[in-house]
Write a protein that binds this ligand. Sequence first.
Ligand SMILES: [Ca+2]
Ligand SMILES: [Ca+2]
Ligand SMILES: [Ca+2]
Length: 217
Amino acid sequence: MSRSPHIKQRRRPAALRLHLGDCGVIGDFCAIRDLVSHGLARAVAQHTLREGHAARPAKSMNVTRVREVQTMAFKKVRVTLHSIFNDNTGDDPGNELEIFGRWDANRLKFDPDIAEVVSLEHHNLWDRSGDDAQSVVEGTAFIIESSADIDFFDGEFLQIVGHVSEQDDFGPNDVLGSFERNLNLSDIHDGLVQIPQFNESNQRVNVKLSLRVLESA
Ligand SMILES: [Ca+2]
Ligand SMILES: [Ca+2]
Ligand SMILES: [Ca+2]
């Protein structure tokens, strides 16, 4: 089957017109194909030269802004797990909760090549098993003060993940709660991380964890 002569007549003059500097035909299929095949930047540059346009100041400003973003995308962050406070022993025998669990701070990044989040660094802040539970009297805190200093660059994020359970001699242990939060570079600031109170049958604990930006650039 041969193509309609009408189509051939439409396409070739369109591409030709682009070479001659008529960008008014950019909506035409042939013009778009020509832009892609020859490179958009080259086509724009040729058009600029043909039309006698001077370099646009806004373009150089954009380049400057990009450089600023690139150079400011760094933070050295101290992640500290301070303590776990027994707010209420609840229905647990005695005056103490027997707590255990694990808390970690991770440096992660989304890798577009494999479309997955990958772990760049992993820092364990606290790890206790049910066989090694910590007794904490109601109204007092178990002091941990475990820190990790982590460097974050543009596109990376801090993941805080942890859980606390309560050991019982009779029956299964109690899961008091778990927590996970992912923070982009711009979301990382000095201060306490807001962690909801963990609570299971009125056995309540507060986890105190903070961030401190040691350096930024
Ligand atoms: Ca219990
Ligand atoms: Ca107890
Ligand atoms: Ca217990």
